[in-house]
Design a protein around this ligand. Structure first.
Ligand code: ZN
Ligand code: ZN
Length: 235
């Protein structure tokens, strides 16, 4: 990937993604602060209600009915064109050079900078051994390293079993697919107590993965578990 041509509009010379394309395709939208589902309220309204601690008024209907295990969730992008193609390049064609550009977009997401500052630890969602050996790298770990190498802990949360990708399953299957999939490494349980954790993932589908991971981390004593993801799939 040459940094001289925009990967989306092919403008030259430019950054890997030009400012016009960032403005057009990575425009921040108002999202539910618990699951990152887009909301119909304007972004300025949801920001002011978060700042004034009136979060409940900004939850989506699902989170209003039942609070998820995760305490907060920010998403930088909608998982639609052109990001689907670019994320596939990053993930499946081993084009790890995209990680830095994606991490910059993640930092720019509403509330992401605060979430990163307040987090004691960044924990990338782990891949199973099988998936890791197929792909050669964990895309979430590379994103976490670009966000804060010093805060990243990749040995705390363990993937115990290989499960089918969440995106390949129906909604009802997604909720049971991950049963027993995560565990906290025994030696990491003590330092986890009372910590503010920020989970890092590339694509958020139903939120089941983040919620299973959050539940395991909280059972181990984490005080707060939020998430920062690159892209959220549309409903
Ligand atoms: Zn462009
Ligand atoms: Zn929600």
């Amino acid at each position: 990937m040459l940094p001289s041509q925009c990967a989306i509009c092919k403008a030259w010379p430019s950054q890997a993604i030009c400012e016009t394309c960032v403005a057009a395709f990575a425009r921040p939208v108002s999202r539910c602060p618990l699951c990152a589902t887009p909301l119909s309220t304007p972004l300025s309204t949801s920001i002011s209600s978060v700042l004034c601690n009136t979060l409940s008024s900004t939850f989506c209907s699902v989170c209003t009915q039942q609070r998820p295990d995760i305490d907060a969730c920010c998403a930088a992008l909608s998982y639609t064109w052109p990001w689907t193609q670019l994320i596939a390049q990053f993930k499946f064609q081993r084009d790890a050079g995209w990680a830095g550009h994606f991490a910059l977009l993640m930092v720019s997401a509403p509330f992401a900078e605060d979430a990163l500052l307040q987090a004691d630890v960044l924990i990338p969602i782990p891949l199973s051994k099988q998936r890791l050996s197929q792909r050669g790298f964990n895309q979430s770990l590379i994103l976490a390293h670009h966000l804060s190498r010093a805060k990243t802990q990749s040995q705390t949360l363990l993937r115990m079993i290989d499960t089918p990708p969440q995106s390949s399953l129906k909604r009802s299957q997604r909720l049971t697919n991950l049963e027993g999939a995560f565990a906290v490494a025994p030696l990491m349980a003590l330092p986890l107590r009372g910590q503010n954790i920020l989970l890092i993932d590339d694509v958020l589908t139903s939120g089941a993965t983040l919620n299973f991971a959050a539940r395991v981390l909280k059972q181990a004593g984490a005080a707060h578990v939020g998430a920062l993801v690159l892209a959220k799939t549309p409903e």
